[in-house]
Design a protein around this ligand. Structure first.
Ligand SMILES: O=C(O)C1=C[C@@H](OP(=O)(O)O)[C@@H](O)[C@H](O)C1
Ligand SMILES: C=C(OP(=O)(O)O)C(=O)O
Length: 441
């Protein structure tokens, strides 16, 4: 799909049922790539996501001198770890608009080449990335003994890191804008020269992602102690190369669960369960509150759609699914209010503003407030003969969530559908396949 194309959705006119397996988790793929790159020995990662966010990570790790073999058709990569000593002392890295990549790699670069010589690295991204904050992480890395700065003094990328390594016993990090700053520090922390105590300042957002980070680190042999909320202790250690299997992406799964919710069908997502490392599996609890039936299996989760009622919900912990829920909310019998997601204004776009703007353009009543939005039930003011173009703001989650509207209502056209390549290049093909297979059930 070219950047300028559009995708005209076709309403399905019936309940959609079926089984889906979304591609591998972006968050787990990018964590596992970093831990495998820093490990001693070889790692084999399976269930890997191949998308722009993981491509920029892999390309950057290679520029740092890490050897990575990709077997794209098998969703598998083999990584030769560097044991914590970055092979190349200089590199220019392009992270496009991948928050996980730029933040995790900034902390990794701060480890330097490990031979006493300074490493010199520059990390940059696209126009939107240059508006996404990173200064809280840069300050923490600076306090741990490296020269780290935002090149344009904007608090955002580009970032320049000069470092001979990290050595600190204690560091504080703000995690009110993004949990990725803390995750980045944790991922690099086993190679800090002393036992490191990290304290978070302020109220942390997106907390399940920090547990995910500890979970991946544990799989590669490093323990994160958490003696009390907001305190993390990591001892000097070396990740050990392993074979590691990545779960399907739970945020991507939210679109398929939503299909069941809005069409009254039954959709099963394979490869996820209540023990998943991804907090976003809990999106189905929001659907349950709205009236859906949820079955938690050992290796799958099923959502069955029923008439929906509006809810009040705090989505701080699962904010990547807030746009999905906002679209589902238009199908409910009463309004839904989503709160405590002010941090989503710093993502691929200002997601609160984008959702409210696009719903309002469609004639659906939606109200924006500082940390969330209220969505009223409604039907888009468009039809086959009078289609409506939904702006997606180069945000994959705007495209994937607003596509749902077009499964039920006529005339929904998604602008720049190719933006899903950030995390889910085959999204529209997979959605069409689910609908086709459902008709033959
Ligand atoms: O650590 C991660 O893998 C992520 C953390 C979240 O970001 P914030 O912590 O910035 O909310 C989430 O939105 C993002 O898609 C992935
Ligand atoms: C916010 C997202 O990504 P990132 O922060 O990794 O760019 C996302 O995938 O929704």
């Amino acid at each position: 799909m070219s950047a300028n194309s559009t995708y005209a959705m076709q309403p399905v006119g019936r309940a959609i049922s079926g089984v889906m397996r979304p591609p591998g988790s972006k968050s787990l793929t990018n964590r596992a790539l970093v831990t495998a790159a820093l490990a001693a020995g070889t790692s084999e990662l399976t269930g890997v996501l191949h998308s722009r966010d993981t491509e920029v990570m892999i390309d950057s790790l290679r520029r740092l001198g890490i050897s990575i073999e990709e077997y794209t058709d098998e969703h598998r990569v083999v990584v030769q770890g560097c044991g914590g000593q970055i092979p190349n002392a200089r590199a220019d890295l392009w992270l496009e608009n991948s928050g996980t990549s730029i933040r995790f790699l900034a902390a990794m670069c701060a480890l330097g080449p490990g031979d006493g010589q300074p490493g010199n690295y520059r990390l940059d991204g696209n126009g939107r990335m240059r508006e996404r904050p990173i200064d809280d992480l840069i300050s923490a890395l600076g306090a741990m003994g490296c020269q780290a700065r935002c090149e344009l003094n904007s608090g955002c990328p580009p970032v320049v890191i000069e470092s001979t390594g990290l050595s600190a016993s204690k560091v504080a990090i703000r995690a009110e804008k993004s949990s990725q700053f803390l995750s980045a520090l944790l991922l690099a922390s086993p190679y800090n020269q002393q036992t490191l105590q990290i304290e978070t300042i302020g109220t942390m957002v997106s907390e399940p992602y920090v547990e995910m980070t500890s979970g991946v680190m544990a799989a590669f042999g490093v323990t994160v102690e958490c003696p009390q909320p907001g305190t993390y202790i990591v001892k000097p250690a070396t990740y050990q190369g392993i074979r590691y299997d990545i779960e399907p992406d739970a945020s991507a799964a939210s679109y398929f669960f939503a299909v069941a919710a809005i069409t009254g069908g039954e959709v099963t997502v394979d490869g996820l369960n209540a023990n998943a490392l991804q907090g976003d599996v809990m999106f189905v609890k929001a659907l349950e509150q709205m009236g859906c039936e949820v079955h938690w299996g050992e290796r799958q989760i099923t959502v069955k759609g029923h008439p929906l009622k509006g809810i009040e919900i705090d989505m701080n912990a699962i904010s990547d699914t807030a746009q999905t829920l906002a679209v589902v909310a238009t199908f409910a019998q009463s309004p839904t209010t989503i709160r405590n997601i002010a941090h989503v204004r710093h993502k691929e776009t200002d997601r609160i503003q984008a959702v409210v703007t696009e719903l309002s353009k469609l004639g659906i009543h939606a109200v924006e407030f500082e940390d969330g939005m209220t969505i009223h039930p409604g039907t888009p003011r468009c039809s086959e003969s009078k289609p409506a173009l939904v702006d997606t703001y180069d945000d994959h989650r705007m495209a994937m969530s607003f596509a749902l509207l077009g499964l039920v209502h006529s005339g929904i056209v998604i602008d720049n559908p190719g933006c899903t390549s950030k995390t889910y290049p085959d999204f529209f093909a997979d959605l069409a396949r689910l609908c086709e297979e459902s008709s033959s059930l």
